[in-house]
Design a binder for this molecule. Sequence first.
Ligand code: IDP
Ligand code: MG
Length: 157
Amino acid sequence: MEKTLVLIKPNAIQRGLVGDIVTRFERKGLRLVGMKMMFMTDAIVNEHYAHLVERPFFPYLKASMQAAPIIACCLEGAEAVDTVRLMVGVTNSRKALPGTIRGDFSMSGEQNVVHASDSVENALVEINRFFAPGELFDYNSAVTCFEYGGEESQKYK
Ligand code: IDP
Ligand code: MG
């Protein structure tokens, strides 16, 4: 099944939101297949946010991503990339809909609690950035047949 990357950002760790955030993904039925706490080095921030290095706010963004550890999560499910982006909400948390993670937990466009991959292609690159192959886990879930219909189970292997 499709995999995506979520980073629980330093601001969420400082604010004690880790459990609430992980619970949302678990309740939805997205399967946690990798989880790791780490500090983001200069090199990894520059690479992860390469599309923003020229933006005036980049130094603030970089400092915010290094203010505490992050928790990288690899989540698996049918159409996981799009589903997780919907659950996260738009970049500016003040505009993010209530019910989304950013909409419910943040007032900021920068300190917006989580990162989520924005395409299947980027998810593959980002998962490899944060996880070595041995840090991702392939296991059977006893409840898959209650989470997906028969047709979906065939379609999203
Ligand atoms: P995304 O996280 O919703 O995919 P991106 O445009 O990829 O949004 O931006 C990456 C991160 O950079 C955002 O999550 C946010 O923390 C920060 N950021 C984006 N735009 C701004 C801005 O205009 N001001 C301050 N920080 C921003
Ligand atoms: Mg992005």
